[in-house]
Design a protein around this ligand. Structure first.
Ligand code: 13P
Length: 252
């Protein structure tokens, strides 16, 4: 059994004050939820307050990025150890916005995953094709290559700890979500790729869908066999919408 994960990626949004107001609202709305793993990814500046505010609750906190080195002359970067100290349990790695705007590559994704695992952070590894790639029929090929390179050189037991998010780039922030059938197909293929590398251990890996997930379309995704939850961007910024997505993901 894989526990459903609903994760909210806030991207570069919310001040500390806004984050704290949000989390109090979310806490009160989802306090009875025990069958969904709830994770919120605020910007770095709000991490500490958010970890304090969610201590001993059913909500976990993660960061949106990290650097693979432990410490040193890497201006502007934050290490896995620093994120653990703050209280993070998760970290998003390889989001398409980081690949697109900040030069993230499959190689840096792989290094970051290794650093996260070494320090006990659960990596949420993002993969997905662009619109031109989809139109050329390259979706499975692109996603397969991203997954294989992401886990290169990582032990099977560690691969089993990953969360993978399939986020087609064309569906992010566009209001154009993938159909649940299409998402299921790509995600089932990701699971096969992971099984070919990690064997039965891959059965426990949660694979999420991300891209214009909203309260009114989460139901379609969650009922698909291989979709274990969602990585939500825009709709996670509103605690009412996000709690509705969580509630509608229950009971799988
Ligand atoms: P949207 O839900 O805003 O499309 O963003 C998805 C995403 O990028 C989550 O990481």
């Amino acid at each position: 059994m894989r526990k459903t994960v609903i994760a909210g990626n806030w991207k570069m949004n919310k001040t500390i004050k806004q984050a704290v107001e949000y989390i109090e609202e979310l806490k009160s709305r989802v306090s009875d939820v025990d069958d969904v793993e709830i994770v919120v990814f605020p910007p770095f500046t709000a991490l500490l307050e958010m970890c304090i505010a969610t201590d001993k609750t059913n909500i976990s906190i993660g960061a949106q990025n990290l650097h693979w080195e432990k410490s040193g002359a890497f201006t502007g970067e934050i290490s896995a150890e620093m994120l653990r100290e703050v209280g993070c349990g998760y970290v998003i790695i390889g989001h398409s916005e980081r690949r697109q705007y900040f030069g993230e590559t499959d190689e840096s994704v792989n290094k970051k995953i290794k650093a996260a695992l070494k320090h006990g952070l659960i990596p949420v590894v993002c993969v997905g094709e662009t619109l031109p790639q989809r139109e050329e029929g390259l979706t499975e090929q692109i996603v397969e290559a991203q997954v294989k390179r992401a886990v290169d050189g990582i032990a099977q037991d560690d691969i089993a700890k990953l969360i993978v998010a399939y986020e087609p780039v064309w569906a992010i922030g566009t209001g154009k979500n993938a159909s649940s059938d299409d998402a299921q197909q790509v995600i089932a293929n990701i699971r096969d790729v992971l099984k070919s590398i990690a064997g039965d251990k891959a059965d426990s890996i949660r694979i999420l869908y991300g891209g214009s997930v909203k309260p009114d379309n989460i139901g379609g995704f969650i009922k698909e066999q291989d979709i274990d939850g969602a990585l939500v961007g825009g709709a996670s910024l509103n605690p009412l919408d996000f709690s509705e997505i969580i509630t509608r993901s229950r009971g799988k």
